[in-house]
Design a protein around this ligand. Structure first.
Ligand code: FAD
Length: 310
């Protein structure tokens, strides 16, 4: 291929492309199972906290299995940090009274942000069936939470459609029901590249959805695991992703660098189309999300020093 002649090259080619200065981030963690995992989680939270995320959220185990651990983690964040915690809460395996009691406990502890979800079936069960005395779907949970208190509520959205939805339009109608019912924003399932999200924004806008939709960003460190999870969650994995991780099965260091580069590029592309907020699935590992946020121009808040002028 012939190289462009020097005189035909642009005279200015800023590098690196300017870092956006107007971004907001949030980080998602899962509750730890062991003391060692708790230490790791706490290290991650401490590392990411100076980036001043809008909130940090803590998941609720499939089948509602982590009720106590989620609660303990959320309350510890509230008590020991300046962060705003968001507690995930699901409908699975619980009556409405039980779910309401968890929500009331959160409110009484000072937690104001709930990520309201239907939830996935307990391990070993393939299909979801609502608890006979429980909330059937996330939209019902949103309504229940609003009856309890004026929570700030996030709900889930699926740019590439939830696998159990009747069709994409029914899934979008469901999202609108959740938002119209009192949810404040949607956070999406992860996706690759920028296109699935941008197309989804267009469809959501056409359906009359005006609430913020925040893209969920998954820095992919373990490609084999993501392939498995994506099959279950119905998230298409493009061929270029496989290409990016080709030959790196035994090379975790390079995989990390590739993960950061790919996710930072994804965020930059989304930002170029006006997206200003990102939710990172950290998997309790701070380093990848920290590096991506850094590339995006986010810097730790410098603590005010004694005698400094406001
Ligand atoms: C940001 C985010 C965080 C998550 N955190 C957790 C977590 O902490 N714990 C966990 O277990 N899971 C979590 N999940 C996964 C989530 O629980 C699953 O994807 C679950 O299968 C769907 O939850 P939902 O809240 O989207 O459900 P819903 O909004 O209730 O929708 C579920 C499905 O049912 C369909 N549907 C809705 N209403 C009706 C109706 N009335 N009749 C027929 N069909 C209907 C929808 O189209 C969709 O296909 C999370 C997902 C995301 C995107």
């Amino acid at each position: 291929m012939a190289m462009a002649k020097p005189e035909s090259r642009p005279t200015e080619l800023p590098f690196p492309a300017g870092a956006p200065k107007d971004l907001k981030v949030s980080f998602e963690f899962f509750p730890p199972k062991t003391e060692k995992m708790a230490e790791n989680l706490w290290r991650s939270i401490t590392r990411l906290a100076p980036l001043q995320p809008r909130f940090v959220s803590v998941t609720y185990g499939a089948g509602g299995t982590t009720r106590e651990r989620t609660h303990a983690t959320v309350v510890r964040i509230l008590k020991e940090t300046e962060l705003t915690p968001a507690a995930h809460l699901t409908c699975v395996n619980a009556t409405t009274d039980q779910v309401d009691a968890v929500a009331r406990d959160y409110w009484d502890a000072g937690v104001r942000h709930i990520v309201a979800l239907r939830g996935d079936p307990p391990e070993g069960e393939q299909t979801y069936s609502p608890h006979p005395g429980g909330y059937a779907y996330a939209a019902d949970l949103v309504a229940g939470l609003k009856r309890i208190a004026d929570f700030d509520i996030s709900v889930a959205a699926y740019p590439e459609t939830h696998p159990q939805a009747k069709n994409p339009q029914a899934d979008l109608d469901n999202l609108k029901r959740k938002l119209d019912g009192g949810a404040d924003r949607a956070i999406t399932q992860y996706f690759f590249g920028a296109e699935p999200f941008l197309r989804f924004l267009d469809r959501a806008g056409a359906a009359g959805i005006s609430a913020p939709i925040v893209p969920g960003i998954l820095p992919v460190q373990n490609f084999a695991q993501v392939l498995k999870f994506s099959e279950m969650s119905g998230t298409p994995v493009p061929a270029w992703m496989a290409g990016l991780f080709e030959g790196l099965d035994d090379d975790p260091e390079t995989r990390k660098m590739v993960a950061v580069t790919a996710a930072a590029e994804q965020c930059r592309q989304l930002h170029a189309y006006g997206v200003k907020e990102f939710h990172f699935y950290t998997l309790n590992q701070a380093d990848l999300s920290y590096a991506i946020a850094h590339i995006l121009g986010i810097r730790p808040a410098t603590p005010a020093t004694a005698g400094s002028v406001e």
